[in-house]
Design a protein around this ligand. Structure first.
Ligand SMILES: [Zn+2]
Length: 476
């Protein structure tokens, strides 16, 4: 499965590129929230609950005066599809991490070209228990310097401070398991439950919120748990087995992990929905999700992985992007953006693939966002429950609940409904509420017709192009 370290695939041919780790902070560039030009005043709710926003349900005596809510648009206006890049932390160093994020997230000039200004969040390790030979970065950087929160499997911080920083600012949203525990001898491991306890304690103490887990590595990575029971191959995955010394999901899931990518391949680029209920061996329920990991399967049935920077141009081909848009699909691209020992980190074809994707985002076709936001939106879009009432020539959309079949039905927070977009005949006279409380007007955007209808949106997250890159003494 995804066992080989990508450091073996070294590209030596490229011209040397000056490396900049971007220690300079620019906290002032944060995008200001766009404000709705139209004030929405409080009102008396006329409680005429209806099942949905269909025209019948808003029928009344004075039809011409009443806005009609037609239903939801699948994605925030004007986008036709939504895509996240989910990059595994294998062979990550701070040097590579900063180079990749300055290029993808900011709009500054970088060694890879003008920054793309896309919303992209990465993954990270808490520990490094890898004893495989080879280098993790240029200048013969040893595997022991791979980016991790603690040094090795100790309780001594390594990159803890800068990783906390990136979790807080949104450049990291995914835990790529507790660590890189891949060993040459796959019958051995350095993982144990105490390490999970120590990790959760540290994350909580620093206010680090992580909602996404992706499985990693070879059979030494016994803390994996997403695919246990799927096939005999996955017997090594002991993280959710209550009778195992490697059991940890009783800590990890309550900590806040809602979404899990098990070590399972997919050659589907886009899907109507990328989430599915996943029952763990200990009875806990989480959302599983699909990532696009391989172009197809060979004659033996093995995946033809295409999740390295060398294949990014195939993953993000113009045909794939057009297909996503046409089908109104979700897509999570699996990658290993820091997986190479190449001074530029991303080669020319990877840079042009990302640039091609950025054009789709900037032109309003494909909304590129971080994995955690895509997955949350997918749940909300699929399971939101609302009704529409009318009063005095205004339509009120009452968001009642997220009927989440995995984590439980609940009244959503504002963060959980960001991006929801409703078609209406008159955005100026359509109010969106959570329950019976209007959402603040600064979070509401009105849109002209997209060919179907005009719409009103709970504003999607403004892109934050701040350069958050930081250097850390003694961290490679
Ligand atoms: Zn991995």
């Amino acid at each position: 499965m995804h066992k080989q370290h990508l450091v073996s695939a070294v590209v030596l041919s490229s011209a040397l590129i000056a490396l900049v780790t971007g220690c300079g902070m620019n906290k002032s560039g944060e995008s200001a929230a766009a404000h709705s030009l139209r004030a929405k005043t409080a009102h008396v709710v006329y409680r005429r609950t209806t099942l949905d926003g269909s025209p019948e349900s808003t029928k009344a005596a004075d039809v011409s005066e009443k806005p009609v809510v037609y239903g939801m648009r699948k994605f925030p206006y004007p986008y036709q599809a939504m895509l996240a890049i989910s990059s595994d932390a294998d062979s990550e160093t701070l040097r590579k991490f900063n180079l990749v994020h300055e290029f993808i997230n900011t709009t500054q000039m970088t060694p890879l070209g003008r920054g793309l200004g896309l919303d992209f969040a990465d993954s990270f390790f808490m520990y490094n228990g890898n004893d495989e030979p080879g280098y993790v970065d240029i200048d013969h950087e040893p595997m022991s310097d791979e980016l991790s929160y603690f040094k090795g499997v100790s309780d001594k911080p390594y990159a803890a401070s800068v990783l906390n920083h990136y979790m807080h600012v949104g450049w990291i949203d995914t835990m790529h398991t507790y660590g890189d525990f891949s060993r040459v001898n796959q019958n051995t491991t350095l993982f144990n439950r105490t390490l999970a306890q120590q990790a959760i304690r540290a994350l909580k103490e620093n206010g680090d919120t992580i909602t996404v887990w992706t499985d990693h590595g070879n059979k030494s990575n016994v803390d994996n748990f997403g695919a246990y029971g799927k096939a005999p191959f996955y017997d090594y995955e002991q993280g959710a087995n209550p009778s195992s010394v490697y059991y940890h999901t009783d800590l990890t899931i309550p900590y806040g992990v809602d979404f899990v990518w098990p070590d399972v391949s997919s050659d589907e680029v886009g899907m109507k929905s990328v989430i599915y209920p996943l029952m763990l061996p200990d009875g806990r329920r989480v959302w599983g999700f699909w990532r696009y990991t391989n172009s197809g399967y060979n004659q033996q049935g093995d995946p033809e992985w295409n999740w390295t920077p060398y294949h990014l141009t195939d993953q993000l081909s113009a045909a794939h992007l057009a297909q996503l848009e046409k089908a109104h699909d979700y897509c999570v691209i699996a990658q290993h953006l820091s997986g190479t020992v190449y001074s530029g980190v991303l080669g020319k074809s990877a840079v042009s693939a990302l640039s091609r994707l950025a054009v789709q985002d900037h032109e309003g076709h494909i909304l590129v966002t971080r994995t955690s936001r895509l997955l949350q939106y997918n749940v909300t879009q699929q399971y939101v429950s609302y009704d529409v009432t009318n009063d005095n020539g205004t339509a009120y959309i009452h968001i009642r609940s997220i009927l989440d079949p995995v984590l439980g039905a609940h009244v959503p927070t504002l963060a959980e409904v960001r991006g929801l977009t409703f078609y209406t005949s008159d955005p100026a006279r359509t109010v969106i509420e959570i329950g019976d409380t209007p959402i603040a007007s600064r979070y509401i955007e009105d849109h002209p017709s997209d060919g179907e209808h005009p719409s009103v949106e709970i504003q999607w997250y403004p892109v934050d192009t701040t350069n958050y890159a930081e250097a850390e003494p003694c961290v490679a």
